[in-house]
Design a protein around this ligand. Structure first.
Ligand code: SF4
Length: 500
C-alpha cells in the first residue's frame, strides 16, 4: 500500500544530512541531532538514522519511519553520549524503502570505522559498484551511499589519513553529493565540485571570530542550525572538504574553483528547502517571492484574489499578489496530519487523494476569479484536481500559475523528477493545451530565463530538468535503482513486512 501523499503529484525531496562535533560535555549531541533532523524532516520522510561516536566507537539507530517515530526514549538511550554525531533523513531516489537503505551507512575497515550520510545522487554509482563488486566488495543495500563508503574505505587502506583518502575517493565520484561523515576521531564534510546540494556550517557558543565554539554543526539547511541554537558560519564551498576534530575546523580546498559557476539545484529554492533557510547567500523565501513577482509580470491576469497552494506555493503567491496588486488570501488549507496514512490504491482513493490533503476556504474563492500559485506542475494530476476543487467551491474563473518552468527532462541528481513521457509539459504543444487538459482558464509557468533571478548574480544553477542541459555525464541506464535491487540476495517485500 502506498502512503496517501504518494497519491498526489509532488516531487519528493531527496535527503537531509546533519552532523555535530562537540567540545562541551554538557551538550547532548544525540538530542541535538534529533532536533536537527526534525528541522530537516521535509527533505525525507521514508527513514532516518543517527550515529553517535563515543571515543571512536559509533553506535547507531536507524529505520523506516519519521523522526518522532524512530527516536523514542529507548532509541536515545541506545545512542547515549559522545563527542560527535551524524544524522540523516531519507527519501530514496536510489534504493527502495527498507531499513537496509536507511542512512547513515556504517562500515568497519582495517583502520577503524566510517559513518556516511549523503544527500544527492551519483551518476556513476552503477559503474563504481560493478567495479567494486568485481573486486570482491559485498553490498548490503541498494543505495549509492554504500558505494561512496566503499570508495573512501578502499582508499583509506592505502592512505595515511582519512583526509587523504577522502580527497582521492571524491575524484572518482560523479554527480551530486553533500556528505557528512565520521571517522573514529574526525568529522569530515564535503560538497561536490558543482555544488548541486546545499551544505552549511554553524557553531554553538558565543559570537566572535576568535571565540572557541562549544560545538560545530554541519547540515543541509540553516533551519537545522536554528533548531539547535547554532549560528550560521558559512556555506561549505563546492569542491571543499571540511575537517572538524579536537583541534578545531580546517578547510581543504581540494576541488574548489571559485571561478567555476555552481550548479546548485534551482528546485531547492522553488520547492525542496524550507522558506526560512538561506542557501549560498540566498533567502529561500525571497527567491520564491521573486518567482511569484516574475510570474505576475509574464502572466498578468484580471482576477479578484491570489491564493497559494500550501506549503511551497505560498511565498510565490505573495510575490504574485504584491506585483499584480491583486489581494492575497489564504484560499487553500492543507491537512498536516495524514502524511503517513496508508491507503488502498483504488481509483476513487487516488481521485480523492488531493481532496483529503487540500481543502478550499469557500468564503475566499466563492464567486471570485481565482489565481492559484503552486511550486510546480509535474504530471498535472494534482493541479487538475485543485482546479476542480476550486470550481466546486464556487470560483468563477481559475488560473493556474507554476513557480517553476515546465518539467521536460528527468533529474539524475537526487530527486525523482519523472520520466519524460509522464511529464505533462511533454504531452501538449502549448500552454493553452495544458490549460484545457487540467480544466483551467489559463496556465502560466516561470520562464527558464527567469531562473537566474532567483539567486545572487552569477551564482550558477542547475536547471537540467527544464532544459536537458546536464553539464555532467548522465547514466545510460536510467533505471539504476532497479538494477541494484535485482542483485539483492533477499526478498525486499518480505523484509518490508517484517519491519511493520
Ligand atoms: S535536474 Fe532539476 S531537480 Fe535535478 S538537480 Fe537539476 S534543477 Fe534540481
Amino acid at each position: 500500500m502506498p502512503f496517501i501523499d504518494e497519491l498526489t503529484d509532488k516531487l519528493h525531496e531527496e535527503c537531509g544530512v546533519f552532523g555535530i562535533y562537540s567540545y562541551d560535555s554538557e551538550i547532548d549531541i544525540a538530542n541535538a541531532s534529533v532536533f536537527g533532523l526534525y528541522a530537516l524532516q521535509h527533505r525525507g520522510q521514508e527513514s532516518c538514522g543517527i550515529y553517535v561516536s563515543d571515543r571512536g566507537v559509533p553506535v547507531g539507530v536507524k529505520r523506516v519511519g519519521l523522526v518522532h517515530e524512530v527516536f523514542t526514549k529507548e532509541a536515545l538511550e541506545i545512542l547515549g553520549t559522545g563527542q560527535m554525531a551524524v544524522g540523516h533523513v531519507r527519501y530514496g531516489t536510489t534504493g527502495c524503502n527498507t531499513s537496509r537503505n536507511a542512512q547513515p551507512m556504517h562500515v568497519n575497515h582495517a583502520k577503524g570505522s566510517l559513518v556516511v550520510a549523503h544527500n544527492g545522487n551519483l551518476t556513476n554509482a552503477g559503474e563504481l559498484r560493478d567495479q567494486f563488486e568485481m573486486d570482491g566488495c559485498i553490498f548490503h543495500s541498494t543505495n549509492d551511499t554504500e558505494v561512496i563508503a566503499y570508495a573512501i574505505t578502499r582508499q583509506r587502506i592505502k592512505s595515511s589519513t582519512i583526509e587523504e583518502a577522502v580527497c582521492k575517493a571524491v575524484d572518482s565520484l560523479v554527480g551530486a553529493y553533500s556528505l557528512v561523515m565520521m571517522s573514529s576521531t574526525k568529522m569530515i564534510c564535503c560538497r561536490d565540485p558543482l555544488g548541486f546540494r546545499p551544505l552549511v556550517i554553524g557553531k554553538i557558543g558565543e559570537h566572535g571570530e576568535n571565540v572557541p565554539p562549544h560545538a560545530y554543526v554541519v547540515c543541509s539547511e540553516t533551519c537545522a542550525l536554528d533548531s539547535v541554537g547554532a549560528t550560521f558560519v558559512r556555506d561549505v564551498l563546492p569542491g571543499e572538504i571540511v575537517v572538524i576534530d579536537k583541534d578545531g575546523l580546517r578547510s581543504i580546498p581540494h576541488n574548489v574553483d571559485k571561478g567555476r559557476p555552481k550548479h546548485m539545484c534551482i528546485f531547492e529554492y522553488i520547492y525542496f528547502a524550507r522558506p526560512d533557510s538561506f542557501m549560498d547567500g540566498n533567502s529561500v523565501h525571497i527567491s520564491r517571492e521573486n518567482a511569484g513577482k516574475m510570474l505576475a509580470m509574464r502572466y498578468p491576469v484580471q482576477a479578484d484574489v491570489v491564493i497559494g497552494i500550501p506549503d511551497s506555493g505560498m511565498d510565490a503567491a505573495v510575490g504574485y499578489a504584491k506585483q499584480s496588486g491583486i489581494p492575497y488570501a489564504i484560499g487553500m488549507i492543507k491537512n498536516r496530519y495524514i502524511a503517513r496514512t496508508f491507503i488502498q490504491p483504488n481509483q476513487s482513493d487516488r481521485t480523492n487523494g488531493v481532496r483529503i490533503k487540500l481543502n478550499p476556504v469557500k468564503h475566499v474563492v466563492n464567486g471570485k476569479r481565482v489565481i492559484f500559485v503552486d511550486d510546480s506542475i509535474v504530471r498535472g494530476t494534482t493541479v487538475s484536481r485543485i482546479v476542480k476543487i476550486l470550481r466546486e467551491a464556487g470560483a468563477t474563473e481559475v488560473h493556474a500559475m507554476s513557480a517553476a518552468p515546465p518539467f521536460r527532462y528527468p533529474c539524475y541528481f537526487g530527486t525523482d523528477v519523472d520520466t519524460r513521457e509522464n511529464l505533462i509539459a511533454n504531452q501538449h504543444e502549448t500552454y493553452a493545451d495544458i490549460a484545457r487538459a487540467i480544466g483551467a482558464d489559463s496556465v502560466g509557468y516561470l520562464a527558464v530565463e527567469d531562473l537566474p533571478m532567483l539567486v545572487r548574480p552569477k551564482q550558477g544553477i542547475c536547471h537540467a530538468c527544464f532544459t536537458g542541459d546536464y553539464n555532467v555525464p548522465i547514466p545510460e541506464e536510467p533505471l539504476l535503482k532497479s538494477k541494484f535491487e535485482n542483485k539483492l540476495p533477499f526478498d525486499e517485500n518480505q523484509l518490508r513486512l517484517e519491519e511493520k
